[in-house]
Each structure stands twice: as C-alpha cells, then as structure tokens.
Ligand binder design. Structure first.
Ligand SMILES: [Zn+2]
Length: 326
C-alpha cells in the first residue's frame, strides 16, 4: 500500500473537509470550523481521574495556578511501584523541548509550504504525501508519492523556506526525481505508522523527524480544525528503523483529546494545565502545544510524581517533586 492509499483509508471515515492535511488545502486545518468532540478518538478510556474532568485542562489565572500547584502537591499521590520515581535529568528535559520545537517548526513548514503549492495549483499535489526536512537551518518540504514496491519516492514539488517559516518558494520538479534517501525512508515510516494507527474519525497530522542512530520519529497528532482551538492529546510517537521498514517503539503520548474552546478570559490566562497518567515525563507534543498557539500560553503538566511548567519559549522546568512535598 502506498502512503497516499494509507491516508485515503484514514480519511474515508472522516467528515467532509477534515482529511489528513496532505489531502486537503493546508489552510483548512487551521481555519475551518468543523466541530469535533473532545472524546472523538475511538477506543480510548476516560481521562485520568486524578482531577475532576472539567478542571483537567483549563486556562488559569496566576493565583489559581499557584493554588493548584500547592493543592496537588499536598494531595495523596499513589505510591510508585517499588522504587521512588526518579526525576528526569536536565538533558532529558532539553531533549523533549528540542523535539517539541522541531515538531512545531515542521508543522509550520508543512502548513505554509502546502499553502504555497495549493495556491499555485490546487490539484497539483492532491493525494500526495509531504515531508519536511531541516537542512542548514532552513526547512524544505517535498511533495510526492511512494512507488508500488516502496523502493523510490517520486518528488513532484519542492518548497524552500524563504525569510521566515511562513514563506516558501515552490519549484515543480521536472521528471519527478526518484529519491532513495531520507524522503524515501521518511515516506515509508509515515506509511507504516499510519497503517498501525488505523482509522480515525477526526483529522490527524503526521510529521517525521530524525531520531538518534539514523532512526526516524513519526508523530501522529490531531489536526486543528477550529480557529483558536488547539487540540492536545490522542497522539502517538513512533520510533522507526532507519530504512523506514520497522517500528521499533510506539509511544502513546496522551490518550484522550482535549479541545478547550477559547474563552473571553483567555487574555488574562497565564497558563493551561493537564495531567499525565501514562508517564512521569512531559511529552514532545506538550511543547508543540504551547508553541503552536497564536499567542503561546505556558502549560503545567502534572504527572503522578512531578509537576512541570512548559514556558512560552518551549523550555521545560521541573517545578515540584510532588511526592517529596507530602
Ligand atoms: Zn501532556
């Protein structure tokens, strides 16, 4: 199965106009106003019951943020199995922040490059996959498709970042160069991840970033479908072999999807927060979530043992060791 077919399969269950981004004008995923339910992701259990559901992710004033951190650090925390939880090192947190920033840049690059291609020729890249890559500090985005035996990736268009991440120059690729390197591996990896992820009943975005040892990370995360509503959760990160042929690891970063409607108080908000039941770490997409907002708002992430603050520049600060505070 080619990537295009894989994505088609995903999109068949989706409402009109809500396909994966590479099947539709990119601006749709930012500006259309399809409503989607916060519990739209199939087969997922209810969110963590550590906090009342309505309060589990909100925009907060400074006083409330402080009060919540204190209250939660005093709350009964389930005992870790066996040993005490060990806080992540600064290097680990910096690694998460760096991946989150790259994911944000990737998302911006893919979005604006797709806009540029669509503007030039709306039908040109219909059903094609697009893949972004950062080279020498600039992003380039290629559009194309895997051939049937998955040995080549035919590139139809390339878009190159100009002065800013919002500006791309596009070039039609005469003769459709057949990539047998990074873009081929990335396309295979995306295809593999999409097949494993299966059907969804809402639009998803897909991104691929280089991982260590020449492996690849593939992210699947819910696409934005309403202005000023930034979905968080329901996301997975795959680690795929260097040739894009084998999934080495699947990390469910969050389970349910949270979509907070913008409120009149949003201007006063200084932080959002949500809980993690799955691990004691913040996730790459938490950083992405902060940066992708029109006006970035910091996010507090409460895990079973720790609380973190993701600042508006994407840096992660370990705020409290919840267990020791008891
Ligand atoms: Zn999170």
């Amino acid at each position: 199965m080619t990537v295009a077919e894989g994505s088609q399969r995903l999109s068949q269950t989706q409402p009109r106009g809500s396909d994966l981004r590479f099947l539709h004008p990119a601006w749709l995923h930012r500006t259309n106003d399809l409503s989607s339910s916060a519990s739209a992701f199939p087969g997922l259990k209810a969110r963590s019951s550590r906090l009342p559901p309505r309060a589990a992710s909100s925009l907060l004033s400074p006083a409330i943020v402080a009060a919540i951190i204190v209250a939660l650090s005093l709350a009964v925390v389930p005992k870790a199995k066996g040993q005490e939880a060990i806080a992540p090192t600064n290097e680990e947190l910096a690694g998460i922040a760096e991946r989150g920033r790259l994911l944000y840049e990737y998302d911006q690059a893919a979005w604006h490059a797709a806009d540029a291609v669509q503007l030039a020729n709306p039908k040109a890249v219909e059903g094609q996959l697009y893949i972004a890559k950062k080279e020498n500090g600039k992003w380039l985005v290629v559009f194309g498709k895997l051939n049937d035996d998955r040995s080549r990736f035919a590139i139809t268009y390339q878009a190159d970042e100009q002065a800013t991440l919002r500006l791309f120059a596009i070039h039609q690729q005469r003769g459709e160069p057949q990539d047998q390197g990074f873009f081929l591996y990335a396309a295979r990896a995306m295809d593999l991840a999409l097949q494993d992820f299966g059907r969804t009943n809402r639009p998803y975005d897909v991104a691929v970033l280089p991982a260590g040892a020449e492996q690849l990370y593939v992210y699947l995360y819910p696409a934005q479908t309403q202005a000023r509503v930034y979905p968080l959760g329901g996301d997975v990160r795959y680690l795929v072999s260097a040739d894009g042929m084998k999934i080495s690891e699947k990390r469910q970063m969050h389970k349910t999807i949270i979509e907070n409607q913008p409120t009149q108080h949003a201007k006063k908000a200084v932080a959002g927060y949500h809980t993690h039941a799955l691990s004691d770490l913040p996730e790459d997409t938490d950083v992405f979530h902060v940066l992708t907002q029109d006006t970035p708002v910091s996010e507090i992430v409460l895990t079973p043992h720790f609380s973190y603050q993701i600042k508006t520049d994407g840096t992660i600060q370990l705020e409290k060791d919840r267990k020791r505070r008891k």
